[in-house]
Design a protein around this ligand. Structure first.
Ligand code: MN
Length: 244
């Protein structure tokens, strides 16, 4: 099972959730929201070869945390994965928009200089600007658009830009999310949860092992049985990790 975008450090008891991931053998990309969280979050992956930590600076926090960009650059040499990064075009983050674009493109440029990274990208209400930045700073590595919510036309552009996608149960519950997932190239899709931010349909907390629900939903959307979907996702993860 694969949860390629999860905030392990933000659960009430991160060590207990990490231990349960280990017990269940879940592959986790443990994303962070600020460079300051990197050291502590990395400890959750000690002795867990299937948990990888990503170095991030969340666009919703850029306004208050942009001064951590220098720390990001210092830590990047130790990080194979980057995230959560990106842009948020919501009106509540409009004041930081110019900084968001500057920080996002700075990070992409740093990734390129470091030889390329796999990065998990937030693009809420900002799909086109995110794609424009990825296009402007070509060679930063492989973008995985997490919880993609743009239009079908923007999706076609993302596919042209060789983006990957991570989709979770919360996204796939909606008709729009299902229609988008149906259009994604199956060899560039991974599952995610975005826990603990994303919630289960009944409002309960979503844990990394709930990525299995997304497998069942993809099976329905793609008209395959769940074991074929799992085989596809496992092959995709191997493919993606072999690119870095
Ligand atoms: Mn997230």
């Amino acid at each position: 099972m694969i949860d390629f975008h999860c905030h392990l450090d933000l659960y009430e008891d991160p060590f207990q959730v990490a231990a349960e991931c280990k017990r269940r053998g879940v592959y986790v990309l443990s994303v962070t929201t600020t460079p300051m969280a990197w050291d502590g979050t990395r400890k959750l992956a000690d002795d867990a070869s299937r948990i990888r930590t990503a170095l991030g600076l969340h666009p919703q926090l850029v306004g208050e945390r942009k001064n951590e960009l220098a720390l990001f650059d210092r830590l990047l040499g130790d990080a194979v994965y980057v995230g959560e990064i990106g842009l948020d075009g919501g009106p509540e983050y409009a004041a930081s928009w110019v900084d968001q674009v500057r920080v996002f493109e700075h990070i992409l440029t740093s990734c390129r200089a470091a030889g390329g990274r796999v990065f998990s990208v937030h693009s809420r209400r900002a799909t086109t600007p995110v794609l424009e930045s990825i296009e402007r700073v070509a060679g930063a590595g492989r973008a995985v658009l997490h919880w993609y919510s743009g239009t079908k036309r923007e999706l076609a552009r993302a596919i042209d830009l060789e983006c990957w996608f991570s989709v979770g149960p919360a996204m796939l519950r909606s008709a729009k999310g299902k229609a988008l997932a149906a259009q994604m190239p199956r060899n560039r899709v991974l599952t995610e949860t975005d826990g603990p931010f994303a919630r289960m349909a009944d409002g309960g907390p979503m844990y990394p092992w709930h990525a299995g629900d997304a497998v069942d939903m993809l099976a329905e959307i793609w008209q395959l049985d769940a074991s074929s979907v799992r085989a596809t996702l496992d092959a995709n993860l191997r493919d993606l990790t072999s690119q870095i």
